[in-house]
Every structure is written in C-alpha cells, then in structure tokens.
Design a binder for this molecule. Structure first.
Ligand code: CO
Length: 458
C-alpha cells in the first residue's frame, strides 16, 4: 500500500507557474480533489501566502477556509519553514504559535515543518504548537549532499525529530538531487530507526524523481508527493497517475480513484494550455536539467548564477564561480542549498571571484549567518572567516528566536483598524507592505460595493 500527497495546489503551482494560480481556478475542481482518495492535499503555505497578497489580491486565510469547506473529506496540508514561518527571518515564539494555531483553526490538518539548516531548535516551537492544536506535525529533513551529510547524520536527525512527538517524517529533496540509490538507502535506514511513517518529497527537475520515488517506495516509504500529470514533471513533482500505475504493477496498491484523477488531469490540462498561451508557464520549467547533477547544486541556483553574471557582463567567469561555490559552502559548514542559503552562497562565490580576493567583501546575510541568526551551521565554519567577521566574538549559542521580543501584540497595535482579525495581523507580520496594501484595496472595494448597493435600493 502506498499513499499519495497531491501537490498541484501548492508545490506544482509554485514550481511551474510561480504560484500564480488563483482560487477561482482551484474552485471548480476541489470536489474531485476531495474525492480522489489522496493521503493529503498540499494546498497552503510555502509561497502561496505571499502570492495571494502580492499578486492575486486574495486573502490567504479566506482561500484556506474555502478549500476547507470544499474538501470536507481530505486532509489539508501546508508547508512551514519552522521559526521562519513563510519567510526568511526568524519570528518570536508567540508569533509562531499564533500562526500555527490559526492555520489549524482555519482548516489545516497536517503541517510539514522544516528548517533550512536542519537545526532542530528552529522547528521545535512550531511542532509543539501543532501537537497542542491536535493537528499532525510532519517533521522534515532537508536533503542535501556534502561530506558531512551522510546516512548517520540523517538518521540521528530523524531520531531527534521523532522524539519531538511528530506523527511522520518527511525527506524533503527540494532540489531534485536525491538519486534512486541515495533515496533507497536513506529511506531504508530511516525505516530501521524510526517508527513514524516516512514521506518522500522530491522534484522531477534533474530527471531522477520518478526513479527516486520508486526506489524509496521499495525501501518502505509510506507516502510520496506527486502532482497530477498535467502539472507534473520538470521543476514540479513526478506524475501522480504514472507513479500509481507503475507501483501497482509491482503490487503496491493505492486508494486513488482513477476516474477522479482523469477529471482532475483534464481540468488542469486546459488550464495549463492557458498558462502556456499567456506566458504564465514557460517551456523551460518543463525540461530536464541534468546540470544540477554535475555541479551538485540546485537548478534554480545555477540559473541565478548565470543571470547574475550575465547582468554584470561576466558570464565568461562562470566556470571559476562554479569552482568557488563548493569552497564557500565548505567555509560556511555545508548548509543545505535551499533558499535563502543557495542565493547567499552563489552571490558570495561570484563576489569572491569577481573582486579578485576571497571574502574581501562579505554580504550582510553571510555575516548574519556566521553570527548564528539562521541557526547552527551543520558543520564547522572556517575559523579564519569567522574571526574576520566576529573578531573575538562567538556565534550565538542560544536559538536566535530566544533573543526576540514577543511580536504579535506589537504588530496588532501597529496595523490598528486595518486588520479585522488575528489572521489579518499575522498576514501583516508575515508580509507587512503586501498585507497593508491588500487591506487598503479591500476597504476601497467594499466601499464601492456599498455605494453600489445604495444605488440599487434607490
Ligand atoms: Co518542493
């Protein structure tokens, strides 16, 4: 038996069309998604929250409530960056707890919680609150390759995460660089060492995804993340129907209702056509990008580097930058190459090459990282580099969030009447400028509707 998490509403949407799918597109097909027999529907968190406010003029909380109402039989799942919530800096615990509580109150059943550095202290509060709210906490391992990220390290991390009381553990391969062999070995080792179900998340970017998921299932994975076929492949997940078909032939049964899957696929096929037509979806994201396997860096990071060097008319230095990138990563103690670390390392490597002297200029973000503002580095930070940044000082020993003042009440006072609910205050905390602009527009819209109604009565 193998279970499926459908990602079309969140990760496939995020990976293929930069999270631009509005609720109005989701709405007509939610009934089928609810009936199709998925383990869960990944539908919220990640970049969806920001995209709602910034581009789609939607209240993310309202979207969640509407999905909840339309999918009464499904487990709704979200992605949360632990102490960063949905952004890239750390929030105080009162904000994290309130965010988790409101997510569950508005309809979330499963929260997948990760930290970009796999610093378990940064997922602890969110996990604890999820459990207090009676929801399912899925503790997450960010998969990465490095001399210090080996099976033993991942197994130890999984044991620590399990000890927090999570109901499942997810192996999150955000870059699609986990091959079938690595995936098989990792899931097998996890199954031997932890009791909770294992979920595998990968991307089809490098072409490894299908093989990797298959071997992970053979190794005992309980749930895999897939996207309905019309929104699968490329930078998205492997296809739901394809994985279900291949696995069934090998005796791994599933609960999917294939007729509903056909309906869902046909529906998104038509939408995909529209996205190609108006440029929302680029053919580039659909291809297979094997460069990431050669350079051992995520595809997105490589394209950022190329764009950055092209903008400075220095593309001829790309090879040097690609050689410098793993050295910078080593100096920083091998952080996983996930946003924002991947960008920070790429920019620093380019600066090191172009300025002609390593660390002559160090970005503010790298300084903050070395100070410990992102959490504990997985490995040892180059002592010389640390000395250069911190002098005789040491990185924070405590969790960075322990240094932060409570933030919810302060934000509530700051935004005042414009926020009509605690949910609004959380939107404001997460994305202040976007949320405030959204509140203003909402007020104008309502005023216009009100005038309109008065005219009608007249
Ligand atoms: Co992903």
């Amino acid at each position: 038996m193998i279970q499926f998490t459908e990602t079309v509403l969140r990760d496939a949407n995020q990976s293929l069309i930069a999270t631009r799918m509005p609720f109005s597109v989701m709405e007509p097909i939610l009934g089928s998604l609810d009936k199709a027999g998925y383990y869960s529907l990944e539908c919220w968190g990640g970049a969806t929250f920001d995209a709602c406010l910034r581009y789609l003029d939607e209240d993310p909380w309202e979207r969640l409530r509407k999905i909840r109402k339309a999918c009464p039989n499904s487990k709704l799942q979200m992605l949360l960056r632990g102490q960063n919530l949905l952004g890239y800096h750390h929030y105080p615990d009162d904000v994290v707890r309130m965010f988790v509580r409101k997510s569950v109150e508005n309809g979330i059943d499963i929260i997948r919680i990760f930290d970009a550095l796999n610093d378990i202290r940064n997922i602890k509060t969110a996990v604890d609150e999820t459990l207090k709210c009676g929801a399912h906490a899925s503790g997450t391992i960010c998969y990465t390759l490095s001399p210090i990220h080996n099976l033993e390290m991942f197994v130890n991390l999984a044991k620590e995460i399990e000890a927090l009381g999570v109901q499942s553990i997810c192996v999150k391969d955000m870059a699609g660089i986990m091959g079938p062999k690595e995936g098989y070995d990792l899931v097998k080792a996890l199954k031997e060492n932890v009791k909770v179900p294992i979920v595998v998340h990968t991307h089809a970017t490098t072409g490894l995804g299908y093989m990797t998921l298959f071997k992970c299932v053979e190794a005992g994975a309980d749930v895999i993340d897939t996207a309905i076929s019309s929104f699968s492949g490329g930078t998205s997940q492997p296809a739901t129907e394809t994985m279900a078909y291949a696995l069934r032939k090998f005796g791994y049964d599933n609960n999917l209702d294939i007729r509903e899957c056909v309906r869902i696929n046909d529906y998104f096929k038509a939408y995909k056509k529209k996205c190609f037509g108006d440029g929302t979806m680029s053919p580039v994201v659909m291809g297979t990008q094997s460069d990431a396997l050669i350079y051992q860096i995520p595809g997105g990071m490589l394209s950022n580097l190329v764009a950055q060097l092209t903008a400075q008319n220095k593309l001829d230095r790309l090879d040097e930058v690609l050689e410098e990138t793993p050295r910078v990563r080593k100096d920083l103690g091998y952080p996983p190459l996930v946003t924002p670390m991947s960008q920070m390392i790429g920019v620093q490597a380019a600066t090191n090459v172009l300025s002609g002297e390593r660390y002559k200029v160090v970005s503010k973000e790298i300084e903050n990282y070395i100070r410990g503002e992102y959490g504990k580095a997985p490995g040892e930070v180059n002592p010389e580099l640390q000395k250069k940044i911190l002098g005789d000082g040491k990185p924070y020993e405590c969790r960075y969030a322990d240094l932060l003042e409570p933030g919810f009440e302060k934000a509530k006072a700051e935004i005042g009447d414009k926020a009509r609910s605690d949910e609004d205050v959380l939107s404001y905390i997460a994305f202040p400028a976007q949320a405030e602009a959204f509140f203003d527009k909402r007020a104008v819209k309502e005023k216009n509707t009100f005038n309109y109604r008065i005219q009608r009565v007249d």
